[in-house]
Structure formats: structure tokens, C-alpha cells
Design a protein around this ligand. Structure first.
Ligand SMILES: C[S@@+](CC[C@H](N)C(=O)[O-])C[C@H]1O[C@@H](n2cnc3c(N)ncnc32)[C@H](O)[C@@H]1O
Length: 368
């Protein structure tokens, strides 16, 4: 994790970086406090700043949130917002050297379509919520366009979470590095020294999170599971092209609420950037299913938007309206008490850390 350690120093404003004034300004914008004595040569943990509220005023059941909801529900306005949200995504990406259109074209003009047959489970019944329009796509996650655009969209998300990074790759290293570090730390502290042998990545999308998990735990068997056969096709296609792993990743087309996988068969269940796309009932079901799937001492790790993030609490009205227009379950997600649900389901050692300016990683253990 050498790059991760270097980027940590960068955000702390090391004079050696030559970006001190800009870094401080950006850190302030990103909600990262200035840290005295941060110019030391050792990598230091960054404390991302929390806002003063439990959750942003634009989320949940506040008058502002209802007002935004009413505006969005007006069809002609919704159509405009949908276009606007898409434009913001693509232009953020391309301004930051993420070649959105080129990456998308490469997938759409490839042989990815051949993967579908081997991946798709034709008897799978989709939960109702999954059939709503999402992320400005009328078919939600059930289309080749959404699947082809998932990787640039994910990189763009990292840039927004780490605006002070000098490149999309550096931003990604911070978002993923801090998330993985939180998982490793939790498992080391609470799992009685047990090795991570089997990992399930629920809501794996096109396999980015799955690849990071497989890289971090190279001796583990890793499964990526998702409801979108198009996303899984891209995951399998990319993995075939890119990787020479000793243990190949397995891709499963299933519902994370009821996977059909054997009980007590995983040491780590990871759910990253999925729950903000789900209603509360699905979140609860996935947490219950994870508890069934994990071995005693196993770890669940949930990474997603942090209601306590100062940056998210201070988002401009234009940005939060655009965000809400493409995420139909965002209010439910922000109102869901993740830690409380984990405890009710029987998890222990529930911990919650801001792992970048916008995201938290919540970890917990199945009791031994
Ligand atoms: C934003 S993507 C997650 C990205 C990925 N985990 C990462 O960290 O880059 C959310 C994914 O959750 C999937 N999803 C939503 N509900 C699901 C469910 N009940 N079971 C399995 N996958 C689900 C969607 O199809 C989508 O691919």
C-alpha cells in the first residue's frame, strides 16, 4: 500500500509535495482538517471531518427533503434533472482525464455480449425496487449502457470524494485504500486471528470492488454477486482480459437478499456503494443474509455515503437536487440506522469510520 501512504501525506499538506497552499484550500473544501506537524515523514491517519447534523438537511424527512422530492416528482423537471445529472457525471469525469466516452465505447464495441449467456440466471426474480429507473438510466442497472459506463462513473465518484487528488487513480487509491484498511483492521482485531479464506462481494457491479478484495486477500476464494447480468458480464469480460490470478474470481447472478449460498461459508462479506441504491427492507434483508452466510468470527463490511460527512451536509442545492433525482432510495438509506440494524441482527463489535470525505465504512463481527 505504498501509494496509499504517500497520498495520505499529500492530504496532510506536506511541504515536500509542493502543493501546500492548494492542498490546504482543497482540504478545507473537502472537510479535512488542517493537522499540525503533518509534514513529518511517517504516514499519518487522516481524520475526515464530520458535520454538525446527524444527516444532511436535504435527506430523510425534513421539509427541504420533501420540497426537493416534490420538485423531482414533476415529470418535465425530472427529465431535465436526469439530463443534468448525466452531464455533471460525464464532465466531472472528462475534466479529470477519465475518458468516459472512450471507455464506454471500448466495452460496447467488444465481445462482452458473449459473457451474458454463461452468467445470466434466467429463473431469477428481480425485487420490485430494482426495476425503477436509476442513475439517469430508464432501465436502471439492467442495460449494456449502464454496464459500460459503470467503471468511468465509479472513477468519477472517487474524484468527488477526494477532490484534492492529483489524478483519478490517486483518488481511487484513497477511497479503496482506506476502505480496505478499515476491513483489515477490523478483522485483525475481532476475528481471533482467523485467516480470510472466503469472501463474498454483494452488489459487485462490474467487479471493481471485487478486484480490490481479491488483490488484498490473494489466498482467498472470492465471489462477486450482483442482480445485473450486464454488470456481471462486464466484470467477467474485464477480469478475463486483465488478470492472471491463481484463484480466479467467481461471478454469481443472484439477489443479495437471498443468495442461495450455503450458511457459514464466508469469512468476509463486503457490501460497498450498494445500500444507497436500496430501500430499507432490502438493506435489512441483505444484512440478515450476510449474518447467515458468515462463519463465527466473520466480518461484514459496508462502505457507502456517510450521513455524518461534512461535505455531504454542505452540498449545494444544485448538487443535492441532481443527486436525489437519480437515486430513488436515497432518503430511505439516509434514514436507515445501519449500526442499529447490525446489532438487532446479532452482529457485535459494530464500528463506523469516515474513510474519505463522503463515505463511511461500517464493520461488524458475527459472534464466535
Ligand atoms: C454502485 S454499485 C456497487 C459498486 C461496487 N460494489 C463498488 O464498490 O464499486 C451497486 C450494485 O448493487 C447491485 N444491487 C442492488 N441491489 C442488489 C441486490 N439486492 N442484490 C445484489 N446486487 C444488488 C446493483 O446491481 C449494482 O451493481
Amino acid at each position: 500500500m505504498a501509494l496509499y501512504a504517500n497520498t495520505q501525506k499529500l492530504y496532510l499538506g506536506s511541504p515536500a509535495s509542493g502543493h501546500n497552499a492548494r492542498t490546504k484550500r482543497n482540504n478545507k473544501r473537502a472537510g479535512i482538517p488542517a493537522i499540525r506537524g503533518a509534514a513529518s515523514s511517517s504516514a499519518t491517519e487522516v481524520a475526515y471531518e464530520k458535520g454538525q447534523l446527524e444527516r444532511p438537511k436535504w435527506a430523510g424527512e425534513t421539509p427541504l427533503s420533501r420540497l426537493v422530492g416534490a420538485v423531482i416528482s414533476f415529470k418535465p423537471i425530472y427529465s431535465l434533472l436526469k439530463l443534468g445529472a448525466r452531464q455533471v457525471l460525464i464532465s466531472t469525469a472528462e475534466k479529470n482525464d477519465i475518458p468516459w466516452r472512450e471507455m464506454t465505447r471500448q466495452i460496447l464495441e467488444s465481445d462482452v455480449y458473449k459473457e451474458l449467456e454463461s452468467i445470466q440466471n434466467p429463473s431469477l426474480v428481480f425485487p420490485d425496487y430494482y426495476l425503477s429507473p436509476f442513475h439517469a438510466y430508464d432501465e436502471g442497472n439492467l442495460s449494456w449502457t449502464a454496464a459500460a459506463e459503470a467503471e468511468p462513473a465509479t472513477k468519477s465518484m472517487s474524484i468527488r470524494a477526494v477532490p484534492e487528488a492529483r489524478s483519478a487513480d490517486e483518488a481511487t487509491q484513497v477511497v479503496r485504500g482506506n476502505w480496505l484498511k478499515a476491513i483489515e483492521k477490523h478483522h485483525r482485531q475481532h476475528s481471533g486471528g482467523s485467516t480470510v479464506r472466503d469472501i463474498l462481494d454483494i452488489g459487485c457491479s462490474v467487479g471493481i470492488s471485487t478486484g480490490y478484495l481479491a488483490d488484498t486477500f490473494p489466498s482467498a476464494k472470492v465471489i462477486g454477486l450482483d442482480l445485473s447480468p450486464y454488470f456481471l458480464s462486464v466484470a467477467q469480460f474485464n477480469e478475463r482480459k486483465r488478470s492472471q490470478r491463481t484463484i480466479p474470481i467467481r461471478w454469481i447472478h443472484a439477489n443479495g437478499e437471498d443468495t442461495g449460498l450455503p450458511s457459514k461459508s464466508f469469512d468476509l462479506v463486503s457490501i460497498s456503494l450498494m445500500f444507497h441504491e436500496c430501500p430499507t427492507r432490502a438493506i435489512t434483508n441483505v444484512i440478515k443474509e450476510s449474518s447467515r452466510l458468515l462463519r463465527p468470527g466473520g466480518t461484514i463490511a459496508i462502505m457507502d455515503q456517510a450521513p455524518s460527512s461534512k461535505v455531504l451536509q454542505n452540498l449545494s442545492p444544485v448538487l443535492f437536487t441532481l443527486l436525489k433525482s437519480t437515486e430513488p432510495f436515497l432518503d430511505e438509506y439516509y434514514l436507515t440506522d445501519l449500526e442499529g440494524t447490525l446489532r438487532e441482527v446479532g452482529f457485535v463489535n459494530v464500528a463506523d469510520a469516515l474513510t474519505d470525505s463522503r463515505h463511511r465504512t461500517v464493520t461488524a463481527t458475527v459472534p464466535c
